[in-house]
Design a protein around this ligand. Structure first.
Ligand code: ADP
Ligand code: MG
Length: 269
C-alpha cells in the first residue's frame, strides 16, 4: 500500500498531473468519492486536471495578448448601437472566422465601441486557448521599426505574424509614414489566408490612401484584407458622450465641471 501510494504520487508529479496529485488524497477520503465506481473516481480526477490546465492556458493567453482593458460582448449595449448586428457579432464569437483565417474590420467614428468589440472577440479567442495579440497599429509599426534598427526584425515580425488572431487598433487616427505603411503592408501580406486580423478604423476605405500616404499601397492592403472578411460599419453616437449627457441630465447643469472631470478620469484611453 505504502509503495503503491508513494509510486502514485511520484508518477503523478513526474507525469505533470499536479491537480490530481494535490486532490487525490482528500478526494478519496471525502464523502463525495464514497459509493462512486472506479471509473467515476478516475473521470472526476482527470477532469479536474483537464479543467485546471484549460484555465491556466486561457489565463496565459489573456496575459500574452496584452489587452488594454477587459471588455465583454455581454457588456455591449446593442440597443444603444443598432447599426451593430447582434447576430453578426454572435457569429464572430463562434470563432469560425479564426479557423477560416478571415478578417474583421470594425469601422466608425470615435467612441462607438470599435475597441470594445475588438477586445471582446479577442477575449473569447484567448479563453478558447488561441494565441491573440493586441496592439494599436501605431505601436506595432514603431516596434517593428525599432527592431529593424536593433537587428531583431525577424523576431518582432514573428510576434505579429504567428498569433492565430492579431488585433490592430486605431488605423487612421495617426497618419503612417512611408516606412510604417510599408511594414503594415508586410504584416497584412504575411498573414493573408494564414491568420486572422481584427482591424479598427475611424476612416472609410476611400480614405485609407491618405492614411497610408500611398493609394496604390492602400488598395493592395485592402485587396488582401477584404478578400475574406466581415466588415462592421458602426454608425451613430459616441457611447462616452451618451454617458456624459446622462450624468449631466441626472445631476443638473450646475455639476457639469465635476462630471467632465469624472468622465475624463475614467481612464478608458
Ligand atoms: P472606439 O474604439 O470606437 O473609439 P470604444 O470601444 O473605446 O470606442 O468605446 C468607448 C467606451 O464606451 C468604452 O469604455 C466602451 O466600453 C464603451 N462602449 C462603447 N459602445 C458601447 C456599447 N454599445 N455598450 C456598452 N459600452 C460601450
Ligand atoms: Mg478605439
Amino acid at each position: 500500500m505504502t509503495v503503491a501510494y508513494e509510486r502514485l504520487h511520484a508518477n503523478l508529479k513526474a507525469l505533470k498531473l499536479p491537480t490530481v496529485e494535490s486532490i487525490v488524497d482528500s478526494y478519496l477520503e471525502s464523502t463525495s468519492a464514497k459509493g462512486r465506481s472506479v471509473i467515476e473516481v478516475l473521470d472526476y480526477l482527470v477532469d479536474q486536471e483537464a479543467k485546471a490546465r484549460q484555465t491556466s492556458i486561457a489565463e496565459s493567453r489573456m496575459r500574452l495578448a496584452r489587452f488594454p482593458a477587459r471588455k465583454a460582448i455581454e457588456d455591449f449595449d446593442f440597443e444603444f448601437q443598432p447599426s451593430v448586428d447582434k447576430t453578426v457579432v454572435r457569429e464572430l464569437a463562434t470563432l469560425r472566422f479564426i479557423h477560416n483565417a478571415e478578417n474583421v474590420l470594425l469601422l466608425g467614428p470615435a467612441g462607438v465601441g470599435k475597441t470594445h468589440l475588438a477586445i471582446a472577440l479577442g477575449l473569447v479567442a484567448a479563453k478558447a486557448g488561441l494565441s491573440v495579440y493586441f496592439s494599436t497599429v501605431f505601436d506595432a509599426m514603431n516596434r517593428l521599426k525599432k527592431a529593424e534598427q536593433r537587428g531583431t526584425f525577424d523576431i518582432a515580425m514573428r510576434s505579429l505574424v504567428q498569433p492565430r488572431l492579431l488585433i490592430l487598433d486605431e488605423i487612421g487616427y495617426l497618419p503612417m509614414d512611408r516606412e510604417g505603411a510599408h511594414l503594415f503592408f508586410r504584416v497584412v501580406s504575411d498573414r493573408y489566408e494564414k491568420g486572422s486580423m481584427i482591424l479598427t478604423s475611424n476612416k472609410t476605405f476611400a480614405e485609407w490612401g491618405e492614411v497610408l500616404g500611398d493609394p496604390v499601397m492602400a488598395s493592395a492592403v485592402l485587396d488582401r484584407l477584404l478578400h475574406h472578411s466581415t466588415v462592421v460599419h458602426i454608425k451613430g453616437e459616441s457611447y462616452r458622450l451618451r454617458e456624459r449627457r446622462r450624468m449631466i441630465g441626472q445631476r443638473g447643469g450646475a455639476s457639469l465641471p465635476v462630471e467632465r472631470k469624472r468622465v475624463k478620469g475614467e481612464g478608458e484611453k
